[in-house]
Design a protein around this ligand. Structure first.
Ligand code: NAP
Length: 314
């Protein structure tokens, strides 16, 4: 039997529990992946706690969207993958498990130089950062402000922006500033006085802002600094972004992502694997916990105490 983390009611992390489930079967166009690592994302906890609304629970609900592992079996009509291939998984519900059936278009092959934990840390963070910056039309002449630059999405945004030639200022707690400098950004501390600190760090002005923090401060400072509100976006304040005249990409936004935006999120998986393989991208990995300790992983994630991507190991 396979094992999977599920919940049957919304609530605190302890609603998560490990159950045995029948081994999945690969349908046409699918691969069953033996999971080696699952990435924990804030959305997993927001859905679990019902901070992000979702349909009523009518059967045990699986958890997790990002993962990596090895192809165990293949359905019909699958080209380009073979049993035994190492793969990264994006956008597939239920990666907190030992075996998962995954549509082939949600997989990218992993080279030997990219670890399973790294592969499990790409899907949502890099996909969101890549799409957001593409949507904002970021290019070489821009000065980008990233709020929450030390987080998983923020670090990905910093690295894409630097690779595309932009100048980047990123907010983080002081303990994370050296790390942001290493990624090519000018770090500034969030909190009182942020506006002045960003002005000092970007004397020629800021042309684009991406909010990965969701604070009032992040929104207010972005509005103050960036003249064109179409070049300010939040990935957290979806519900009230429109009231500020700024853009939101998911994050509770009533406006769905466009086909192009979904395509950018998909494209990011392969693009990031290539950058990782060539040593031009890093994913900060955090604590690794056994799959059965998914509840502790969520506690840790929600406390904000751990830095780096929290990984579950089946
Ligand atoms: N819309 C979407 O599609 C989408 C996709 C992915 C994520 N998200 C959302 O985006 C947010 C970030 O996700 P993530 O995976 O990057 O989370 P994460 O890795 O946990 O990072 C969160 C970051 O927030 C920073 N932070 C905490 N308090 C802050 C403040 N007052 N001002 C500025 N930054 C602050 C922390 O920085 P320090 O450690 O330096 O304090 C931390 O690095 C979450 O709310 C998540 O749900 C949305």
């Amino acid at each position: 039997m396979a094992r999977a983390i599920v919940y049957t009611e919304f609530g605190s992390p302890d609603v998560l529990h490990l159950i045995e489930v029948p081994d999945p079967i690969a349908l046409s166009g699918e691969a069953v992946v033996r999971i080696d690592a699952a990435g924990a994302n804030p959305i997993d906890a927001k859905l679990r706690s019902a901070k992000r609304p979702s349909p009523p629970i009518t059967e045990p609900r699986a958890v997790g969207f990002d993962g990596a592992g090895v192809i165990d079996s293949l359905g019909d009509d699958v080209d380009g993958f073979a049993v035994g291939d190492r793969v990264a998984i994006r956008d597939t519900v239920g990666t907190y498990s030992t075996l998962l059936a995954v549509p082939i278009e949600k997989l990218v092959a992993l080279p030997d130089s990219v670890t399973a934990a790294e592969g499990a840390g790409i899907g949502i963070p890099a996909g969101t950062a890549y799409q957001a910056l593409r949507s904002l039309g970021l290019s070489g002449g821009d000065v980008l402000l990233v709020h929450g630059g030390s987080g998983s999405v923020g670090q990905a945004a910093v690295q894409f922006a630097v690779a595309w030639g932009a100048t980047v200022v990123a907010t983080a707690s002081p303990a994370r500033h050296d790390q942001l400098r290493d990624l090519g950004a000018t770090p500034v501390a969030y909190g009182d006085g942020l506006l002045e600190r960003v002005r000092e760090a970007a004397p020629d002005g800021v042309t684009v802002a991406l909010d990965c923090a969701g604070t009032d401060e992040a929104i207010e400072v972005s509005l103050e600094l960036v003249a064109d509100r179409d070049r300010i976006a939040t990935i957290v304040r979806g519900p009230d972004a429109a009231s500020f005249g700024i853009r939101a990409f998911s994050g509770g936004s009533p406006v769905p992502l466009t086909e192009q935006e979904l395509a950018w999120r998909a494209e990011a998986l392969g693009a990031t694997v290539e950058l990782l393989a060539s040593g031009d991208f890093t994913i900060e990995l955090g604590p690794e916990l056994p799959l059965a300790e998914a509840a502790q992983a969520h506690e840790l994630m929600e406390s904000g105490a751990a830095s780096g991507k929290i990984i579950l190991i089946p």
